[in-house]
Design a protein around this ligand. Sequence first.
Ligand SMILES: C[S@@+](CC[C@H](N)C(=O)[O-])C[C@H]1O[C@@H](n2cnc3c(N)ncnc32)[C@H](O)[C@@H]1O
Length: 282
Amino acid sequence: MTIREAINKGAIELKVKNIDSPKLKARLLMQFILNETRQYLVVYDKKQITQQQEENYFKAINKLTKGIPIQHITHSQEFMKLNFYVDNNVLIPRQDTEILVEEVIKIAKKINAKKILDLCTGSGAIAISLAKMIENSQITATDISREALKIAQLNSRKNEVENQIIFVLSNLFEDLGKEKYDIIVANPPYIKRKIIKTLDKQVQKEPIIALDGGIDGLDFYRKIIHQSYEFLKYKGYLCLEIGYDQKDEVIELINNEKKYIKTYSKKDLYDNDRIVITKLGD
Ligand SMILES: C[S@@+](CC[C@H](N)C(=O)[O-])C[C@H]1O[C@@H](n2cnc3c(N)ncnc32)[C@H](O)[C@@H]1O
């Protein structure tokens, strides 16, 4: 079978099972199996693949038809133009979260922030991108999952920022000590518990502790907003990713604390409310 024939057959199998972007995924899987670039596939599309490659390719196609995310097969996801190892212990970093990282970089440059805390770090996508893009920054990254932290550490080595990040196994702030930060950033679990069952098959293959925000989806915001002021320097910033329908509730939680000022939100590329930023002050 040639490369082109295999990709076409793979794409049809994906389409029949209603997997989105079948052509793209069939091609990406072939790149992964052959360990070659997109250009290679275009130039050598009539090249025969070996029987072993064909077998591996259609095994991977079969996994995709069962709802396994392509990133769990290729073990990679791009975020902020960096490459991250991912598996089923971490949330696959989302493009939406780049809005949060870009805003934090802007704030960090404005206030010359050096100490940043990334709560709920998962794959380390946020912490590592910040370490890479903010000069001389010292990042602390926490997660309650030992497996996730191991992956975040691996990603910090992969992206050569391991010296800038301290990883702490911690239930939110619990094991953090007394240090104060210029910025606290978090993309916590924020899906309403009941909704999780109704999400795409692929999303359901991601760790439940990365998704479950409690009955109303706001459990983590309540805790983070209530505790952050103890860990922020005066005039430090709290930067949160939110679900598309959580802006008003999260801003209400912030206002109820009466410790934060200058709260604002921003939308993502699809015009959904995506981040809320606030500042410790009076
Ligand atoms: C939505 S994921 C975000 C991952 C990553 N920051 C990102 O943006 O791609 C949430 C993360 O919170 C972690 N988590 C869940 N409960 C936690 C807790 N009580 N304390 C710290 N981290 C927690 C999960 O293990 C998961 O890695």
